[in-house]
Design a protein around this ligand. Structure first.
Ligand code: P53
Length: 484
């Protein structure tokens, strides 16, 4: 493409996830999800995962920003911004409260009938994630989460139910949100939110990650096949957290280490997009004696269930360096093997801000996979200040998004990469996934709610609202709007 303009059907929009906005955690039969047993944490600390609900803690997702009751007002604001699409997820435990029922909860389904109808009223195309860190909690306590093969069937039953129900309302689907976060298997948060897994004493978390990830790729591949039977026009994507890992220097060992880091971080999308395991990983799993349950039948399913496109989040880049004691595999452990990059600044939460890294990432993914790419998250978590006259001057957010959209445009217009759309994180303020904070704000729309749950829940447009409206209106040509 040598054109200077983005395609007319480019999907501009915004993203959220059900558990981070909806609240109403027990409304009309909803069951508890993994997000409902996570407390809130401070700026750099991790959330506590409790056993069931402990009344001495505050659980920010229980009410979140009450999108469940505010959605008509919120979707109207999205329409005002000009959204062509809106990415959200279906809360699995609204549809199957325990996860293992035979029949879905009709009241849960009705909520999404109404939500999608509201979007379509404004010609906003829903983009729907099936599993975004919100597995029914009962599947954790009763089955051990995705460590258990049975959970594949529960997931595909859920997927089939919603594919059928929304076959005429939703075209774009994503199976598992940021399925590769759990590659960082030493972090409690990732295995729990991706797979509903808490590591037991004596378990090897790395082996557990490979097993759960395998079952999820099988579940994803089955969902792709079911989707295409139900509606051949469905577009089903995988979704990864795209965080490129750079070598710290041009020392050959650092280059090898970074290469292995990328192979490790993206093994799940290799399987979901290419339909088979990379050979290095087959050898690695054997050498490490992980003893995984991977059958010939599974491998056939993976081949037949490759995705139509690849969704990605992009927030930051990482850097790694080889140590003096690398094993033959240059095994990568994300919890210990990252180093600082002195060339890029950091957000208040320590995330390395690197717009060029987005262009690098899109090129890397395009070279490797040759499928359309969809940037379904990109944004910056920051402290916002609501002024007395209800304004939020979030120039830092505009700067972040502008610099990333510029790199995205270079990738599309100069490098010729097929990017389907761009949905910044987040359409409206949300509960942060990793910290549970409301004060780590991402939205174009400010919600008056604080970390302790106080606040009126009133909505206010931030400066970035009008800026993004102009970006969409000009199909990405005008990134410099400064207000009237
Ligand atoms: P929070 C890690 C790295 C990149 C993206 O994250 C991540 C995570 C997990 O924290 O999560 C995604 O809220 C995720 C969203 C999340 C968003 O990025 O931790 O898909 O649910 O809110 C931002 O600051």
């Amino acid at each position: 493409m040598t054109n200077q303009e983005l395609p007319n059907n480019f999907l501009w929009g915004g993203a959220v996830a059900a558990h981070q906005v909806e609240g109403a955690y027990e409304e009309v039969g909803k069951g508890l999800s993994v997000a409902d047993v996570m407390t809130s944490a401070g700026n750099r600390s991790e959330r506590t995962i409790t056993t069931g609900i402990d009344p001495s803690y505050f659980y920010p997702n229980h009410e979140a920003v009450d999108f469940y009751h505010h959605y008509p007002e919120d979707v109207k604001l999205f329409a005002e911004m000009g959204f062509k699409c809106f990415r959200t997820s279906i809360a699995w435990s609204r549809i199957f409260p325990q996860g293992d029922e035979e029949e879905p909860n009709e009241d849960g389904l009705k909520f999404y009938d109404r939500l999608f109808a509201e979007c379509l009223k404004y010609n906003i195309e829903p983009v729907v994630t099936l599993s975004h860190f919100e597995m029914p909690y009962h599947l954790v306590t009763e089955y051990g989460g995705f460590r258990n093969r049975k959970v594949i069937t529960f997931f595909t039953r859920f997927a089939e139910t919603v594919f059928k129900r929304y076959r005429n309302q939703v075209k774009y689907w994503l199976t598992f949100n940021e399925i590769n976060n759990q590659v960082n298997y030493d972090r409690e948060f990732t295995l729990f939110t991706n797979s509903g897994i808490k590591i037991h004493n004596g378990e090897n978390p790395e082996a557990v990650m490979y097993q759960a990830g395998h079952y999820e790729t099988v579940a994803s591949a089955l969902a792709v096949q079911i989707a295409h039977q139900i509606n051949p026009d469905f577009q089903v994507g995988a979704m990864i957290a795209m965080t490129p890992v750079y070598p710290a220097s041009n020392k050959p060992q650092d280059i090898l280490k970074a290469q292995r880091a990328m192979q490790t971080r993206y093994w799940l999308s290799d399987v979901q997009v290419l339909g088979s395991y990379p050979q290095w990983l087959v050898n690695y799993q054997k050498a490490k004696k992980f003893n995984l349950d991977i059958t010939e039948e599974d491998l056939a399913i993976l081949k037949k269930g490759t995705v139509d496109y690849l969704g990605l989040s992009y927030y930051m880049s990482f850097t790694t360096a080889a140590s003096d004691k690398e094993d033959e595999f240059y095994s990568y452990n994300e919890a210990t093997d990252l180093v600082k990059n002195n060339y890029v600044p950091k957000s208040d939460w320590g995330w390395q801000i690197d717009p060029e890294g987005l262009r690098y990432s899109l090129n890397w993914l395009n070279d490797r996979y040759h499928v359309p790419l969809f940037i379904v998250e990109n944004g910056i978590g920051a402290i916002d200040h609501l002024t007395k006259d209800h304004q939020v001057h979030d120039q830092y957010r505009i700067d972040y998004l502008r610099s990333h959209i510029k790199q995205m445009k270079l990738s599309i217009l100069k490098d010729g990469i097929p990017v389907m759309g761009y949905t910044p994180w987040s359409a409206i303020d949300i509960v942060s996934a990793s910290t549970g904070q409301l004060s780590k704000r991402y939205g174009f729309i400010y919600v008056d709610r604080n970390d302790d749950g106080s606040g009126s829940l009133q909505r206010f447009k931030k400066d970035s609202f009008a800026w993004y409206q102009r970006v969409i209106e000009s199909n990405g040509a005008d990134l410099n709007y400064e207000g009237d």
